[in-house]
Design a protein around this ligand. Structure first.
Ligand SMILES: [Zn+2]
Length: 122
């Protein structure tokens, strides 16, 4: 799927009042597959989402990192500790870590992005 077609489908499937059954079509399946399998579509859709939330995604090494850091925060912008769906944490000091979900607050500090491989900390 090319990006222009993806943008059209995104506009359609993002509207509030989708017709009944709109998400049970092959078109919807192709749209969601593109998010997961087409990097260009994923990057565009993720940037749109983070932009709409007012999240400063451009300061991150890549959109995967920005999206996962965004997902680690609650509505107030605080880290959701103890939530097993959180896979990465970023602290104000610029440190990044992978939380260990053992009931405590243990972390594995990381120095390179697990998605794009760029150095993210000294
Ligand atoms: Zn990255």
């Amino acid at each position: 799927m090319d990006l222009e077609r993806f943008k059209q489908l995104h506009a359609y499937f993002s509207q509030q009042d989708l017709p009944e059954g709109a998400r049970e079509t092959e078109e919807y399946e192709a749209y969601t597959d593109a998010i997961h399998e087409n990097e260009e579509c994923y990057n565009w859709a993720t940037a749109e989402k983070l932009k709409s939330k007012g999240f400063d995604y451009e300061s991150y090494c890549c959109l995967m990192m920005a999206d996962n850091v965004y997902s680690s925060l609650d509505d107030a912008g605080e880290i959701r500790y103890g939530d097993p769906s959180v896979i990465i944490n970023k602290w104000d000091e610029g440190l990044y870590g992978i939380p260990i979900h053992d009931g405590g607050s243990s972390m594995v500090l990381i120095h390179y992005c697990p998605w794009c491989g760029k150095k993210i900390a000294e």
